[in-house]
Design a protein around this ligand. Structure first.
Ligand code: PEP
Ligand code: MN
Length: 361
């Protein structure tokens, strides 16, 4: 249920309504939208007494939140959320590109590839430290060592960094090093992991599960939001279908569906969907044209020697060509492509902004 406070409601009235909601056995999530404050009363239990809540001082209206996911829904928040990833806006009228190698294979390759990505306009550096591999015999990532490399590289180049967390025991270390914590497709329904990353209050990149519906995906986002962490970015990365010519089928349809039903930013990862370099560009552009707020793309300068996902990695020159087209499509849609400053400027020590901004659609 959503309780809409009138625009003159005092802080005290808002707190009293929230306290009443909690006394009724629900969590109270207070959010501002336009010039009003809303309180999402979420949780299970006996039916809430809507008429009684409506009579409380400062309450303008009480409406149901009909979707199974509540805080992720557009009913809770009409405007687009813009999640700030260490100064990079993701969502709303912004386009941002996250790029980097599949896996951090060592210091030299990370720095080389990061520079290539930054020079071509990528806003955020990605790189796997803990890798979810189909085979236990495949390279599993450099772990904690890679986290430190990513942090140092991102700081020096002025790029926020994104890396995957695979299990709850890694959350503390990943949250300490990363600006954007990735929950991979295979973990989309790892609910204890989602709650744990929710508690960090750091931006979270939530990939869609390999065979998850949009509803299940938004319910997973709800686990993070329900912990009081509003900084969730979704990422469509392709789903399993009967098609065999690609690794996964990029479900471009999910982009407008998510944008209709949720205020959360959504990115597209064409690399893991395509599985082949020559298909990545077309899928990336389709995603942006469908309304995605940006991309996650894998880049390698020596893909033939890559320890993981070489065949799908774009070469630095490919990224350059793609960025130009992404910029044009973004502009046609009234979006602004975020590009890093021309000069390399080390990131300052300031952390992430704790709350997303809002932008009317
Ligand atoms: C990745 O981004 O490195 C990755 C493993 O992606 P996914 O979880 O989408 O397979
Ligand atoms: Mn990969």
């Amino acid at each position: 249920m959503l309780i809409i406070m009138n625009s003159q409601a005092s802080e005290r009235e808002i707190e009293e309504v929230a306290a009443r909601v909690r006394a009724l056995g629900r969590a109270a999530h207070v959010a501002r939208r336009d010039d009003e404050t809303v309180i999402g009363a979420v949780g299970e239990g006996r039916r809430l007494p809507a008429e009684a809540l409506l009579r409380l001082p400062g309450v303008a209206n009480v409406v149901p939140l009909p979707k199974p996911y509540k805080l992720a829904s557009r009913d809770f928040q009409h405007d687009d959320s813009v999640v700030m990833v260490r100064g990079v806006p993701v969502g709303g009228r912004h386009t941002a590109v996250i790029a980097g190698p599949c896996t951090v294979e060592g210091e030299a390759m990370l720095w080389r590839i990061a520079r290539h990505c930054r020079e071509r306009g990528a806003a955020i550096l990605r790189g796997g430290a803990f890798k979810p591999r189909s085979s236990p015999y495949s390279f599993q990532g450099l772990g904690a060592e890679a986290l430190a490399m990513l942090r140092a590289c991102g700081d020096e180049l002025g790029m926020p960094v994104c890396t995957e967390v695979m299990e709850t025991r890694q959350v503390e270390a990943v949250a300490r090093h990363a600006d954007l914590i990735q929950v991979g497709a295979r973990n989309m329904q790892n609910y204890s992991l989602l709650s744990e990353v929710g508690k960090t209050h750091k931006p979270v990149l939530l990939k869609r599960g390999l065979s998850a519906s949009v509803k299940e995906w938004l319910l997973s986002a709800e686990y993070v939001l329900a912990e009081g962490n509003p900084n969730v970015i979704l990422c469509e990365r392709g789903i399993k279908t009967f098609e065999e010519s690609v690794r996964y089928s990029l479900d471009v349809t999910s982009v407008p569906v998510v944008r209709r039903d949720s205020h959360l930013p959504i990115l597209v990862d064409p690399s893991h969907a395509a599985g082949r370099r020559e298909l990545v560009g077309a899928l990336a552009l389709a995603g942006i044209a469908a309304g995605a707020h940006g991309l996650v793309v894998e880049v390698h300068d020596q893909p033939e020697t890559a320890l993981c996902d070489g065949p799908q990695a774009l070469l630095p020159g490919d990224l350059e060509g793609l960025m130009g087209k992404v910029q044009k499509i973004s502009e046609a849609l009234g979006r602004k492509l975020f590009r890093p400053a021309r000069e390399h400027c080390p990131l300052n020590a300031a952390g992430n902004d704790r709350h997303p901004q809002r932008e009317s659609r």
